[in-house]
Design a protein around this ligand. Sequence first.
Ligand code: CP
Ligand code: NVA
Length: 306
Amino acid sequence: MKKDLITISDLTKDEALSLITRARELKAMLKNGVIYQPLKGKSLAMIFAKSSTRTRVSFEVGMTQLGAHALFLSTEKTQMGRGEPICDTARVLSRYVDCVMIRTFEQSDVEDFAKFATIPVINGLTDMYHPCQVLCDLMTVQEKKDDFLNLKYAFIGDGASNMAHSWINAAATFGFELRIATPKKCMPNQALLNSARRGGAGSIIVTNDPKEAAQDADVINTDVWVSMGQEGDRNEKIKHFSGFQVDDALVGLCADDYIFLHCLPVHRGEEVSEDIFESAHSVVFDQAENRLHIQKSILLALLGVE
Ligand code: CP
Ligand code: NVA
C-alpha cells in the first residue's frame, strides 16, 4: 500500500477489497468481545478545520480499541490557525505521532501535508474527496447484499461534492455501474471524470435526470445539497435541486430490494424525504457504525499491522 490514503485511487482494487474484508473481521471480533490491541503505544493526530461527529468519534474510539491514542487538534486552536505553514506542521507532527488524519477544505493541503510528513496521512474529508466514507459505504453494501461489485449504484445530488467524486473513484477502482444525477450547475469535476472513465473498468453515467439514475438501482445514495463551507451560498444553491429529493416516487423506480445510503448528517425533507430515510430500506445507521470498523482497518493497514 502507498504511505497515505488521500483518495480511493491510492488503492488498488485488491487493497481496497482487503480493507473491507479486514473491517468486517474487526467488527466480528468486537461483537464477540475479543480484545485486540496491536497498536499499543501509537498515537494518531486528528486535525479538523471543519465540524465532525462520525469521523472524529470513530477514529478516536477506533484507536482506543486498538490499544492506541488519538488527539483532537482543531486548526483554529493550533498554530496552523495563526498561519504556521503545512510543511512545518507536517514535519513537527511526524516527530510526535505515528499517523495523521486531516479534515480540511483544499485537497492540495492534504497532499502537501502528506508530502512533508514522514508518517501516514489519511484524508478525513476535503471539498474534493471523502475516501474513508465510501469504503465504509461499500462495506455496508457488501454486508447487506453479499456481492457489491455487480450492482447498480445511483447517486442523486451534488455531482461536484466530495461524496460524488469519491463514488466516481470507487466505480473506477471496483468496476461497478454508477449513475450520478445532478443539476446542470453541479456537474462533477471533468478531469476526474475523464480519468476515471479512461483508467477504470466501471461504467459512469452523469445525467441531469434523477429518474434515469434511479431506474433499477440496487443502491440509491444521496448527500446534503450544501456541503460544509458552502453555507453562504445555500439559498442560491438549493434552488437548483428541485426534483432531486429521494422520495417515494423516485425509489419506486429502483429494484424492489434497493437499499438507501446517506453518509450523514442528513437534511430531512431536502435531499431525502422523512419516509424514505426512516424506511426499512434505509441502512444509514449500520453505515454510520461501519465508519468505526473501516477506520480501524485503514489504521492497521497504514501502520503495517498484517
Ligand atoms: N459522514 C461523516 O463524515 O460524518 P461527520 O461529518 O460527522 O464526520
Ligand atoms: N458533502 C458533505 C459530507 C459530510 C460528511 C460535506 O462535505 O459537508
